[in-house]
Ligand binder design. Sequence first.
Ligand SMILES: [Zn+2]
Length: 358
Amino acid sequence: MDNLIKHLENLAQLDAIASLESQVFHYMHKHLSLVSDEVMTDGLGSVFGVKKSKVNNAKKVLLAGHMDEVGFMVKGINEVGSLSIYPVGGWWSQTLMSQRVRVTTHDGKVYKGAIGSIPPHLLTEAKRNAVVDIADLLVDVGATSKDEVLKMGINLGDMVVLDGGFERLNDQRILSKALDNRYGCAMALCMLEAFKDIDLPFDLIAGATVQEEVGLRGAQTAAVLTQPDIAIVYDCSPANDAAGDKDVLGKLGQGVLLRFVDASMLPNRCMIERLKQTAINHELPYQYYLSLGGTDAGAIHKANMGVPTLTMCIVARNIHTSSSICDVNDLNAAYEASKHFLSELNDDAINDMIKCNQ
Ligand SMILES: [Zn+2]
């Protein structure tokens, strides 16, 4: 569990948007290599460590989180040196003004900057109440001309992410950018670390996909690469509990999610029931959750001839902003539930999952 928080902190402070995930790729590759028999990669940049079973023709269990965070690409450079930006992944424009950013050039130089915001003194009442359009936002990296920006090495297509440092607010709560979904990357890594010296009756394939935030693209190729018999996807779902409404699903600190439906997948019933029983047997908190969004599970469960798939998500507040907040209790519940789920998994259980809807 300490590993999980350490990896989460390290991973969350790396910068990776869809198609520019190399910082997270290298971290994952390095740490997966230490605990795997083999590391697999595909042509889009996903990476998985494989822990082989001693059993012949063992079934394959895939664990995956996605590497990319929501961010931007530089879309234009104007004559006074400001950058316009193109969103990569889902943003609400109101979370963006005056945020600090990091711009990474194609050759790896990193520049700090800020998204501009017109001071209230200069705004009419109508403008003050209007929602801003991302197309109108400008990033200031301190340059005074287009030439200066180009000399810095910044060009169109370069990565822009919001800065959002990792903070322990107290014993329970963590604040950072990119908890969605370095949580998933850290979980996949931690499972291989946890089972490093333990024989399992199945091949454990754990790692991270690319390009989830733009439509589960890396998950498609990762499923072809890894050929799983069943899969577990780790991701962060939105909590909407801060106003204290008792009826909302997905409360911070209330445990791992039984995500019984989402916009891209209906989970395998035997798997979700097993997750619930695992949580009950080990006295871990769990909560039902219905999501209007999707995860990589949406692509993986439809891959090949169909892959029984489950999500093991936690909720975080303010996802897709620079300031997401998650709860250590939830991290612990997901970590322990995942570990027990896997250590109690065998061929019969996997076959039951495959035949679950028959
Ligand atoms: Zn996500």
